[in-house]
Design a protein. Structure first.
Length: 148
C-alpha cells in the first residue's frame, strides 16, 4: 500500500507539538511509521515557530524534534505568481499559499483546525480537488485506508 500523503497546516502542527493528546499528536506519531507521509510548507514551518515562540517558548525546540521524528517533508512555498493565479480558490488570500502547497504536492488530505477559511466552506476543497478535514477526520480516513 502506498503511504497516504497528509499536509498539515500550522494549527495542526502547533497542536501536535504542544499537546501529547489529541488527533494532531496522533498524526505526528503516525508520521514516524511508513503508513503516512506528513508534509508542510516553509510558510507553515515559519508560522509554527513564530507562534510557538510567542505563545509557548518552552516548546520551541520541540518543533524541530517533532519534524525530524515524524519525518515531515518541508516543501517549497508556491511562487508569488502561482499564488496570484490561484486567489480564486478561497476567500482568504493569506491561506492560498497553504492550499496551493498541498495541491502541488498532490496530497490525499489537508489537515487543519481552521474552520473559518477551510472547514466551513466546502467549496474550497471542491475547487482545490483536495480533501480537507480536522485531524480527527484525517485519522478516521487513514484508519479506513489501513484497514481496507
Amino acid at each position: 500500500m502506498k503511504a497516504a500523503k497528509i499536509f498539515l497546516d500550522s494549527s495542526v502542527l502547533i497542536a501536535g507539538v504542544i499537546s501529547e493528546t489529541g488527533a494532531a499528536h496522533v498524526l505526528l506519531q503516525l508520521g514516524e511509521t511508513e503508513d503516512i507521509t506528513l508534509m508542510i510548507s516553509e510558510l507553515v514551518f515559519n508560522e509554527t515557530t513564530r507562534s510557538i515562540g510567542r505563545k509557548s517558548p518552552e516548546n520551541l525546540e520541540n518543533v524541530q524534534k517533532e519534524i525530524e521524528r515524524s519525518r515531515i517533508v518541508i516543501l517549497d512555498d508556491p511562487t508569488g505568481e502561482e499564488i496570484q493565479a490561484n486567489l480564486y480558490l478561497m476567500g482568504d488570500p493569506y491561506d492560498v499559499p497553504i492550499l496551493l502547497a498541498a495541491i502541488k504536492a498532490k496530497v490525499d488530505y489537508l489537515a487543519t483546525h481552521d474552520r473559518k477559511h477551510f472547514l466551513d466552506d466546502p467549496k474550497v476543497a471542491e475547487k482545490a480537488g483536495v480533501k480537507i478535514g480536522t485531524p480527527g477526520e484525517v485519522l478516521a480516513w487513514v484508519r479506513d485506508k489501513l484497514n481496507s
